[in-house]
Design a protein around this ligand. Structure first.
Ligand SMILES: [Zn+2]
Length: 246
């Protein structure tokens, strides 16, 4: 656990978390969960600390995503994806990740794995791993040994990503709904839109059309794209969204 200037350890020096794999993919047995997760708290939790524990996703989403980034470094991108996607079974979507302010109350436990999947989704949206890495390093540099609010972190991330992430953060941090990419293919016309989401949700998403990668920029109104007849459409599973083929 994170504490000012030190983290505490208790995992019997064994791989996994209490000898289980948080992701159920096998990748969780490749490292000592507590060493990786708690070490991440030296940056997110000890160096950058939230003023109100309602915003504690800033500690735990980055802490949880560090587990996937550790796998990414040692075993590659697929291991990272498999692990973070595997942890989705632990997401409850019971309450928003951000809790009520000024009453010393945390938000949902989803700050861990929904938070990690949010960051993994943002990494796909940015589509530039170096830019994503520099954003994380920049957070550490900019907010070094400070207490912060979620707004400061969100604003910094929007600037680093080069896009307005307000609807993105409202969706994943302040709402329990998971956006649904609705789509249909009629003849050569692919129609698509976001539903079950906050107003103005406009996250781009990567799909494969007959195994070729394409980017869509859906909004809450229907848009169209011309594809080949009877195209096979597959939304990228790295984005934490639901999909519905109509
Ligand atoms: Zn933690």
């Amino acid at each position: 656990m994170e504490h000012q200037s030190s983290v505490t350890y208790g995992n019997d020096y064994k791989n996994g978390y209490k000898q289980t794999d948080e992701s159920n993919t096998g990748w969780g047995y490749k490292f000592d969960f507590i060493i990786v997760h708690e070490s991440a708290h030296e940056w997110f939790g000890n160096s950058i600390t939230t003023k109100d524990i309602a915003d504690m996703w800033v500690h735990e989403a980055f802490g949880a995503y560090s587990e996937s980034l550790f796998l990414n470094y040692h075993f590659g991108r697929q291991a990272c994806s498999d692990y973070v996607i595997g942890t989705r079974t632990k997401i409850r979507n019971d309450r928003p990740i951000i809790g009520p302010y000024n009453v010393n109350t945390e938000g949902s436990h989803d700050m861990y794995y929904k938070g990690a999947n949010m960051l993994h989704t943002l990494r796909q949206v940015m589509n530039d791993d170096e830019k994503f890495r520099q954003m994380i390093r920049g957070l550490s540099k900019t907010f070094y040994q400070q207490t912060v609010t979620t707004e400061q972190i969100e604003k910094y991330m929007s600037q680093a990503a080069g896009r307005d992430l307000n609807p993105f953060f409202d969706q994943y941090l302040r709402d329990t709904r998971i956006p649904v990419l609705e789509y249909s293919v009629t003849g050569k016309t692919l129609k698509y839109r976001w539903s079950n989401c906050v107003d103005g949700f406009d996250m781009p998403i990567k799909i494969s059309v007959n195994k070729t990668t394409k980017w869509l920029s859906p909004s809450t109104v229907w848009k169209e794209m011309i594809v080949k007849k009877a195209s096979e459409i597959k939304p990228d599973v790295n984005f934490y969204v639901m999909t519905k083929k109509l």
